[in-house]
Structure formats: structure tokens, C-alpha cells
Design a protein around this ligand. Structure first.
Ligand SMILES: Cc1cc2nc3c(=O)[nH]c(=O)nc-3n(C[C@H](O)[C@H](O)[C@H](O)COP(=O)(O)OP(=O)(O)OC[C@H]3O[C@@H](n4cnc5c(N)ncnc54)[C@H](O)[C@@H]3O)c2cc1C
Length: 426
């Protein structure tokens, strides 16, 4: 099975059952049509349906087919790159602080939705850890900690002994923790969101790719193989899987393939010694090393290879090396699952909100940190569909701009990863 087949993901074999989502048959009208059944689209559908809006969601494959069902599962109350001070420097005090608050609230929103809708997805909210393996990266972690602490965020700085206790690893010299973060089984969360949206009244159609989005009088007509949806408002929630549907959107980010792998279930005593309290790690390397355990005591680890030929053996060698370096007690590493998914990386590494046209909205580009931000973006898109002015939304909107020389962006991204990995050594 190819690593890009969603069934190769660990989560596919351990998720709660998928809800019934029959394909679209026939022509229908709705107030809002959402395209894409990941966190962004499902959160938008849920929030719209809860507000009494007649909502139809079209998903090309099945809810969670994209990155939402294949990711690492870390709920991160922060950006992929920026510190909160940098956000204020970019957007000004008022808008910047609104966005800083939003990014933290988005992680809280994930856990609130899980609690409120009784979503069974192995959710653990004990805090999200960013440990450092050398003094230079510890200074970066310290800076992020201090800036979030100055805003009253629930953060803690951990010394070598404390991070060793929480990770079961001798590898790290310190860390910062945001206590609002945690981890989930991402495909179960996606399916739970779909079920909650259906319960609130949204219609969700799987196996219903939107083939065209066109003006139809004052509304939009979305065409799928089995029928059409005509709606005044349409949301493009396709993120890195947009492909040919809206070329300008597809060219506004760099699509990056990220890989994940999972070991076989470890023996009880070894499993207990690794991340003993259920935390997960995204370390402070520029090309980060990420680790967590699943419910059955497997270690799940992420990787971003520069080249993708002979990918299974390359990932196996890379990830086994990382796991043995951080958790030497594991001994031999046996990998059971290797899979990949696509993320949309923006050039400013910030999420993008666009009014693509009158009544046509898009939210995307979480640059690999989208469990919290995509869930939060879905809520923002719902507010926009309901008529909230752009200036009152916590995420600043921008014009949709295709990247110049987009075709070169993937080789350039690979070069960047290679360069950053070289900087991370030691
Ligand atoms: C390997 C990996 C690890 C990651 N780890 C983490 C992590 O630990 N923490 C974190 O916060 N983030 C992580 N991310 C990022 C996170 O998963 C994404 O940012 C998030 O899932 C994006 O959600 P989304 O709904 O916007 O897009 P997606 O989940 O990609 O969903 C888009 C959906 O649109 C559908 N679609 C596309 N075109 C059409 C069409 N024409 N008609 C109908 N449907 C269409 C697709 O089938 C797809 O289901 C990771 C991502 C990957 C790939």
C-alpha cells in the first residue's frame, strides 16, 4: 500500500467508526455549502449548523481523508514559527494580540468541542511540550515561554530534571510547556466532529468531489458527480488537497508532504518509561522531531525527508535513528505503519483567511500546525458566512495571491529542509 493511501495511517486502524455520509444525489439548495471534510470544513459546518444555517458539506473522499485524518495528533496552542511578539510587530497591537488570543483559544476550542459533543478520541490535555536539545535552541524555547507568560498564558519553563521526568528521555536539556495543549486520535476527532455537525443539522456528503464552483444568479452553484448545491455562501476548506478546483488557491501555498510512522506496541515496562504521563513532544529543532504514544503503547514519530525516493526504507532509517537517540531504552525499533499527508505551508508561515469573491470564503495554510488552528479557522469562517465584518474577526484577512514561480516552490522547500537539518546538527 502506498504511504499516501489513507489506510496506511495508524489512525485508520484504531479510529472510532465513520458516520454515515452518503454521496450527494440530485440538486439542492442550501444557505451555505462547505467544500472539504477536514477540521476546517467540519468545524465551519458544525458552527454554522448550530447557528441555524442550512449547511451542506461536500467531501471528495471521506471525512478525515486529508491531513486531518493522518496527522501526528498534537494540539498546539501556538504558531508553527512565530512568537507572539512577532505577530504584534506584523499586525499591530490590537489585531496582533487578538490573533495571539485566538491561537490559544483554538486549542481550548478543540478540547471544549470534544467535551461538549462527547467525542471519543483519546484526548489528553496535559500540556504541549517543546523541549530543546542544545543551548541555542533552549534560548529560543525560553523566549517563546517568556513572551507567552507576559500575556498571562498558562505556560511553564522546565529544567533538565523535569523534562527528563515528563519525557522519559535523557536527550533534552530543558523545555517550555503550554498547559492548554495536548494530543488526540485525529481521525476519531474528525469523525466525531462530522457526527456533531450532522446532529446539529448539517448534511455531509462523502465521495462527492466539487468539480466546479460557478456563479448562478446571485448565488453559487457547486457541481459534484451526483448533483449540485446552490448556495449564497461557499467555503473552500480544501487546504493542501485543493488540486485543480481553484487554481489561484492551489498556487498560494507550498504543498509539503510530511511523513509519520508508528512502532509496534511496546512492552508494558518500556511503554511506561516513555512519555509516562501521556505528553507529546514537538522539539525545538528547525526541522522538528515529534513523538507521542498512542493508546496501545506504540511510539508515533514524524519526519520531513528531503527526498522521497525509496521512501519506506528512508523513513524507517531516519525515524528509527531519532527514536533511539531520544529514547535509548527502546532497544530495537520495529515500525508497523508508515504514512504521509499534505500540509499547506504559506510563505509567511501564518494561516490565511481570504474573501475569494462575494460570498466565497477560504481558510488554509496552517503550515503543519492545524489541529487547533483549523478548528479555530472553521469557527472564524462560520462567523464570516454569518456576516461578521472582516475587521472584527480574530484572523486578519488578506488578498488571495498566487506565489510567483510556484512550480519551483517544492524543490526550494526541499532545499530549505536540507539546510535547516544541517543547522540542527549537534
Ligand atoms: C503528517 C502530518 C502530521 C501533522 N501533525 C500535526 C500535529 O501534530 N498537530 C497539528 O496541529 N497539525 C498537524 N498537521 C497539520 C494538520 O493535520 C492540518 O493543518 C489540518 O488537518 C488541516 O485541516 P484542513 O481541514 O484544513 O485540511 P485537510 O484535513 O487536508 O482537509 C481537506 C479536505 O478537502 C477535501 N477536498 C479537496 N478538494 C475537494 C473537492 N474538490 N471537493 C470536495 N472535497 C475536497 C480533501 O479530500 C480533504 O479531506 C499534520 C499534518 C500532516 C500531513
Amino acid at each position: 500500500m502506498k504511504t499516501s493511501d489513507p489506510r496506511s495511517a495508524l489512525w485508520f486502524s484504531t479510529a472510532t467508526p465513520a458516520p454515515e455520509t452518503p454521496s450527494l444525489q440530485g440538486d439542492r439548495r442550501a444557505d451555505a455549502c462547505i467544500i472539504g471534510g477536514g477540521f476546517t470544513g467540519l468545524s465551519a459546518a458544525l458552527h454554522l449548523a448550530e447557528a441555524g444555517v442550512d449547511t451542506v458539506l461536500l467531501e471528495a473522499a471521506h471525512p478525515g481523508f486529508g491531513a486531518s485524518g493522518r496527522n501526528h495528533g498534537q494540539v498546539v496552542p501556538g504558531y508553527s514559527k512565530h512568537s507572539p511578539d512577532e505577530i504584534v510587530a506584523k499586525f499591530g497591537k490590537e489585531r496582533g494580540e487578538a490573533m495571539n488570543q485566538w491561537v490559544q483559544d483554538s486549542a481550548a476550542l478543540v478540547f471544549d468541542l470534544i467535551r461538549r459533543h462527547g467525542i471519543d478520541c483519546d484526548a489528553i490535555q496535559k500540556g504541549w511540550l517543546m523541549p530543546a536539545h542544545n543551548a541555542a535552541r533552549l534560548a529560543v524555547a525560553r523566549q517563546k515561554h517568556d513572551q507567552w507568560a507576559a500575556r498571562g498564558a498558562p505556560v511553564e519553563f522546565l529544567d533538565r530534571a523535569r523534562i527528563a521526568e515528563l519525557t522519559g528521555s535523557p536527550h533534552y536539556i530543558g523545555a517550555w510547556m503550554h498547559k492548554g495543549g495536548g494530543n488526540i486520535q485525529p481521525l476519531s476527532y474528525t469523525r466525531g466532529l462530522a457526527r456533531a455537525a450532522q446532529k446539529a443539522g448539517a448534511a455531509i456528503h462523502a465521495a462527492s468531489p466539487a468539480l466546479a464552483v460557478e456563479r448562478a444568479g446571485g448565488a453559487w452553484r457547486v457541481t459534484a458527480p451526483g448533483g449540485t448545491v446552490t448556495a449564497e455562501k461557499v467555503v473552500l476548506a480544501t487546504n493542501a488537497y485543493v488540486d485543480r478546483l481553484w487554481p489561484a488557491l492551489a498556487k498560494s501555498f507550498v504543498p509539503v508532504r510530511l511523513f509519520q510512522s508508528a512502532t509496534t506496541a511496546l512492552s508494558d515496562n518500556i511503554a511506561r518509561s516513555i512519555l509516562p504521563q501521556g505528553h507529546s513532544i514537538s522539539d525545538s529543532r528547525r526541522v522538528l522531531w515529534a513523538f507521542r504514544k498512542d493508546r496501545h503503547g506504540r511510539v508515533v514519530a514524524g519526519a520531513a525527508p528531503v527526498f522521497t525516493y525509496d521512501i519506506r526504507s528512508r523513513i524507517a532509517a531516519m525515524v528509527s535513528g531519532h527514536i533511539k537517540t531520544v529514547f535509548p531504552q527502546i532497544g530495537e525499533v520495529r515500525l508497523e505503519h508508515i504514512w504521509d499527508g499534505r500540509v499547506a505551508v504559506t510563505t509567511d508561515r501564518l494561516p490565511h483567511l481570504h474573501d475569494v469573491a462575494e460570498g466565497l470564503h477560504a481558510g488554509l495554510g496552517y503550515s503543519g500546525r492545524g489541529i487547533a488552528m483549523a478548528t479555530g479557522m472553521g469557527k472564524v469562517l462560520a462567523a464570516r458566512v454569518l456576516g461578521t465584518p472582516l475587521a472584527e474577526l480574530p484572523v486578519p484577512a488578506s488578498a488571495l495571491r498566487p506565489l510567483p514561480l510556484h512550480a519551483l516552490s517544492i524543490p526550494l522547500a526541499r532545499l530549505t529542509i536540507g539546510w535547516q537539518r544541517w543547522q540542527d546538527r549537534g
